[in-house]
Design a binder for this molecule. Sequence first.
Ligand code: UTP
Length: 290
Amino acid sequence: MPLAHVHKAVLPVAGLGTRFLPATRNVPKEMLPLVDRPCLDYVAAEAVAAGIEELVLVTAEGKEAVEAWFRPAPHLEAALERLGRSDLLDEVRRVAAQVRVRTVLQTEARGLGHAVLTARPLVGDEPFAVLLADDVIVSEQPAIGQLLDAWRDSGGAMVALQRVPPEETSRYGICSGTIEQNRMRVTGLVEKPEPARAPSNVAVVGRYVLPPEVFDLLERTPPGRGGEIQLTDALAVLAGRGAVQGLLFEGERFDTGTPLGLLEATLHLALRRPDLAPGLRRILAELPPV
Ligand code: UTP
């Protein structure tokens, strides 16, 4: 029987963004710009390019700018029209016009697992994608599209994987399992292990295709590392049932959840822009030695 189509993507954007304070005091970290587009828009565009029809935003109080990003901006659009800047107008409308957006509030930041569970009423009983705006991925085929293709063969849960430097395992969910070509049959998952306890250096990054059964598991998942309900812990139970696979996807991932990662991503993307690259190269070349 062919597997169901994945219509919906959950975008959890309710985290506190403490690593970007004080900027994130009243600007959601997902709205911080990567060159001239919010990180959120890169991730939403990736989902849309992979055929996702509905975004489910899990947001929090104070993060109204996230929802507003997808709403029409009549004053701005009218002004741009008057100025004859239809190019900018298209840019403003591009992603939002192609996708339905619904929102659910996570009233307390109780962890990524809890954020995903909060989306349950809007997702219902169907497989769904999850994308984290903390990971911006530049690739020929959208990363979530690569995962969906792999998932169509396997069903269950499909997670995006990347090898990370062994000393960085404590920043990720780390997998154990067997790898064949670019696929891993995941047998175990641990959240942010210290290098000495990490079962491998294969890390889960912020793209997932999940079966609806994960909601029941999340309901039963107690707070884990950092007192938060961890998606990794629910996935570890699924992995124990042989229902998790991973894809070592093709693409370049930037960790936009930290100031240094956002700076790195900004430099990389700006250096690929013909309008910015020459000026930026000059600035970099002229930086005083420190
Ligand atoms: P992180 O733990 O990286 O994000 O969560 P954070 O908590 O916002 O950031 P710091 O650590 O305080 O700087 C990964 C993703 O899960 C979402 C975040 O918005 C981010 O996209 N998240 C996390 C939620 O939606 N709710 C939560 O309770 C926790």
